[in-house]
Design a protein around this ligand. Sequence first.
Ligand code: NAD
Ligand code: DAU
Length: 331
Amino acid sequence: MRLLVTGGAGFIGSNFVRYVLRHSDHHVVVLDKLTYAANLESLKGISRERFRFVKGDIVDPAVVDDLVGSADAVVHYAAESHNDNSLRDPRPFLDTNIIGTYTLIESARKHGVRFHHISTDEVYGDLELDDPARFTEQTPYSPSSPYSSTKAGSDLLVRAWVRSFGLQATISNCSNNYGPYQHVEKFIPRQITNVIDGVRPKLYGKGENVRDWIHADDHSSAVLTILEKGRIGETYLIGADGEKDNKSVVELILKTMGLAPDAYDHVVDRPGHDMRYAIDSTKLRTELGWKPQFQDFEAGLEATIQWYRDNEAWWRPQKAATEAKYKEQGQ
Ligand code: NAD
Ligand code: DAU
């Protein structure tokens, strides 16, 4: 297949590009606007034999239409992805996540091109800490932040295009990813790079909030599985049974980096902060036979810490500006 991968210069999109080129014969064109969140270095070293990069905005129908028209499938990762930014300035989230998705599905419908929409577990809102329930494909939508509400809106657009126009689409909703090449604004890379810089990690509120961690490679293998074997019109939840509270993750980072586990600070909480996410990925596992490869979070985290130690040139240019934004918010 000729795949058009939007957002392929971001964290998870670039992981997917490397994964697909390693594990299939598909050809890949990346379409990416190169926002602050992108890093072309994440695609460095990839052979041009089956890969091409195009700089462009998914909101622009002229750019999108040519590329979608010459693809067999679109894998749509491009998004404004950070909750804290969406609370500061929601507008880019509406433009990219809603109008950008609309622009792509209109083009995919016109050309009859297969579409896979990448989404998040945050569309389901949050769970109580002591709730035995986990999110399933049947959980009602209840997003909390400008980010998650625009992702929910984009999911609903895709569903409506499937039903009303016969768009050949699937959707996946994944939990929190970790691994190499993640922007230093996000929780795990922010704390690792703070420790490297001799700065104490910052925990929002009490640090009781739970996220369901999955390695980015496992997210990529799940997306490739859905693209190749998923049933059109279906939604699949992606998760690897990785629930951890934020305090435990910070303690583990500190311990692994040779510091006292309590050498962190509590800072101002995120407004509307979702308490807990938890994914039940039974449908994906039983129907499509997918399973995660990274089941040992400690080992995965240790390798991620080593990657940030070894690749300072990759993240250093973004660090000071990112921390300046957090400082303005007391975080
Ligand atoms: P990211 O912020 O690291 O990367 C986003 C990429 O999209 C960047 O390269 C950026 O330049 C590009 N982009 C943004 N606006 C664009 C536009 N208008 N046109 C073209 N390109 C544009 O994000 P990420 O963490 O890699 O997330 C990728 C996708 O996965 C998103 O759709 C996100 O909602 C979803 N997701 C993320 C997670 C997670 O834990 N990070 C979990 C589940 C789902
Ligand atoms: O669940 C999937 C989602 O995971 C994706 O849809 C989003 O794109 C992705 O950014 C992520 O959202 P979160 O808001 O959960 O991730 P973030 O890395 O921003 O924060 C993870 C948790 O850590 C959250 O409870 C907030 C907390 N946190 C975050 C930062 C940056 C801190 O305690 N301190 C911090 O410095």
